[in-house]
Design a protein around this ligand. Structure first.
Ligand SMILES: *[C@@H]1O[C@H](CO)[C@@H](O)[C@H](O)[C@H]1NC(C)=O
Ligand SMILES: *[C@@H]1O[C@H](CO)[C@@H](O)[C@H](O)[C@H]1NC(C)=O
Ligand SMILES: *[C@@H]1O[C@H](CO)[C@@H](O)[C@H](O)[C@H]1NC(C)=O
Ligand SMILES: *[C@@H]1O[C@H](CO)[C@@H](O)[C@H](O)[C@H]1NC(C)=O
Ligand SMILES: *[C@@H]1O[C@H](CO)[C@@H](O)[C@H](O)[C@H]1NC(C)=O
Length: 376
């Protein structure tokens, strides 16, 4: 370093600094990369710069002890954790799990999940635990936890393969790593797939959406049973804050009355039937996309339901589509949770396209914010 400094003074700063950089580059690579330089350059990521992060409880109710009405319990609220980039885009991405928030935090192999990917892109990210799951644990109703021996069921339900440990040959999961499977199945929360719980979650989420605490440009990203709850949330909300819904393998749909569709008022997977006026609120949402992986045939009951739901939303002037990751985008081996798959960068690019196409990718602030944050 001493030598290159002296050289710069003798021969002018321009050539000197060029030489200094040329000399430093191999040094930097040698000292900061234990593996090889090429792969480390490929893995280079922009830093995540946050303005703030935190969390809050929202929705819920206060019940009184019938034996002593002075005693209360604050319960059935949801819990929202948030991460706000230093230079945020306008759209808030609310990541709504069905199994646990972990699915949004990391890829199956521990690599970058949707949370970090979209923070790097400048989107405010919200991780939502609906009432009675995860960190929104205080239930207004008695809860009995009974161990259900779910591991084998998780494997098939998440479409890692047709049966336990019988992987799809092309599956986007690190099948050789037993720790990855262990991580996936043990992250799961106890959950309540009942009609009552769908209503409870939709109400708490609608209160959150209407509160302004999640911004006024909300896009829900949902997985599995979260999709039905988000559809109902858009119907229950009294503001126009909800701008978009992207469901990954939504199990359950909302339909308008008058179509001879029978509501299931017990389970957590629909169908839910609402008056036509209410259904039309889904047509007011700027953009809705129902996404399916390639291991879900078009004949699947829920794929069929999503096609009908999208067609009805569009019939009332809305903007809904079904995206088949295999047929439409050429992605193979997707699981039920494609945003955690090994090719989740490709799944994320499709979301970039959806947000941009529907005018949901912009910045709120001044034009120079865009320059400061870097062009994505
Ligand atoms: C109210 O009192 C009854 C009778 O003592 C008792 O069985 C019940 O558990 C009490 N309820 C609560 C919420 O404390
Ligand atoms: C409830 O609070 C009121 C007002 O402080 C008090 O008069 C009453 O005795 C309390 N009741 C019980 C059961 O503690
Ligand atoms: C909350 O946590 C407690 C303690 O782990 C557990 O017994 C209870 O079932 C949980 N509540 C819900 C709603 O899952
Ligand atoms: C929306 O307004 C209706 C009518 O006032 C009310 O019953 C409902 O609870 C409101 N929804 C939310 C999420 O606050
Ligand atoms: C409505 O559905 C029921 C059962 O799904 C069927 O038996 C009935 O014929 C249907 N009615 C009409 C008008 O389509």
């Amino acid at each position: 370093m001493q030598d290159s400094g002296r050289h710069a003074r003798q021969h002018g700063s321009h050539s000197g600094s060029t030489l200094a950089i040329a000399m430093m580059l191999p040094l930097l690579l040698a000292t900061t990369t234990p593996v090889n330089a090429a792969s480390s350059l490929r893995d280079w990521k922009e830093p995540i710069i946050l303005d703030r992060s935190g969390g809050f409880q929202i929705g819920g109710t206060i019940i009184h002890n019938p034996n002593n009405t002075n005693q209360t319990l604050s319960c059935d609220h949801g819990y929202m954790e948030y991460f706000i980039p230093w230079t945020p885009r306008q759209t808030s991405l609310v990541m709504w799990h069905s199994s646990s928030t972990q699915v949004w935090q990391n890829r199956w192999d521990g690599g970058q999940g949707y949370k970090d990917m979209f923070l790097r892109r400048g989107y405010p990210v919200y991780l939502w635990d609906g009432p009675r799951v995860g960190r929104a644990n205080w239930s207004c109703r008695p809860i009995t936890y009974i161990p259900q021996y779910r591991d084998q069921g998780n494997f098939a339900a998440w479409n890692f393969g047709p049966s336990f440990m019988n992987w799809w040959p092309d599956v986007q999961f690190p099948t050789k790593d037993p720790n990855a499977w262990q991580q996936a199945t043990s992250a799961r929360y106890d959950e309540f797939d009942t009609y009552e719980n769908v209503l409870l979650h939709a109400h708490a989420a609608a209160v959150a959406a209407d509160s302004g605490k999640v911004g006024d440009h909300i896009v829900y990203l949902t997985n599995s049973a979260g999709g039905l709850r988000a559809q109902l949330t858009a119907i229950r909300s009294n503001t126009t804050n909800i701008k978009g819904i992207v469901t990954y393998e939504s199990i359950g749909y909302v339909y308008p009355a008058g179509l001879n569709i029978t509501q299931d008022s017990f389970g957590g997977f629909g169908p839910i039937v609402v008056p036509l006026d209410e259904f039309k609120k889904l047509a007011k949402v700027k953009a809705i996309q129902f996404v399916w992986g390639d291991h879900r045939p078009r004949s699947d009951k829920y794929v069929q339901q999503s096609l009908l739901c999208a067609a009805l939303i569009n019939q009332y002037g809305g903007n809904a589509e079904v995206l088949m990751l295999g047929d439409d985008a050429g992605l193979i081996g997707s699981t039920h949770i494609p945003f955690a798959d090994l090719d989740n960068d490709k799944v994320a690019k499709l979301l970039d396209g959806f947000l941009a196409k529907n005018g949901l990718g912009g910045y709120t602030g001044h034009w120079w914010d865009f320059l400061v944050s870097g062009i994505q």
